[in-house]
Design a protein around this ligand. Sequence first.
Ligand SMILES: [Zn+2]
Length: 168
Amino acid sequence: MKNQEAIQYEIIYSKIKNVYIQIKDGKVFIKAPKRISKKELEKIIYQKSDWIQKRLENSQQKQERKKLYTEEQFKQVVEKNAKELIQKTGLIPNKIRIRDIKYAWGSCSNNKNITINFKLIKYSEEVIRYVILHEICHIRYMNHSKDFWNLVRHYMPNYKQVKKELII
Ligand SMILES: [Zn+2]
């Protein structure tokens, strides 16, 4: 068990039934029901301390990530990989844009417009390539079905390994 004292957290009491633990910007926030006793709450935090520690480390590493390219270089990496993957898969997007988006690494709309998250500027070319491939494969399958993942694997056999980097 990790040293619980080391974990700094903020407790937010509200009208909820369960305890929620949130890691944001390298900090731990605990949402708890108003009626919970301090002892009960401490027990929950203690039980979850390994999980919290792990998430906290990931969150802090994410904050420390540095840009690996200039904006122009990043644009070129996206363009180059998109071009190659379009040729390989024969799946043609309508448009590929780079935007700073909040909740995803990339997206593909029904109109085949692909958006790649600008935050990927902090990731290796392999990771960027994976995100582009993922979105291009959505042109054929607008879901995360088995067929979808088989298609991704076909063009990037080690995608599971590459994908792991995106958690951090
Ligand atoms: Zn997807």
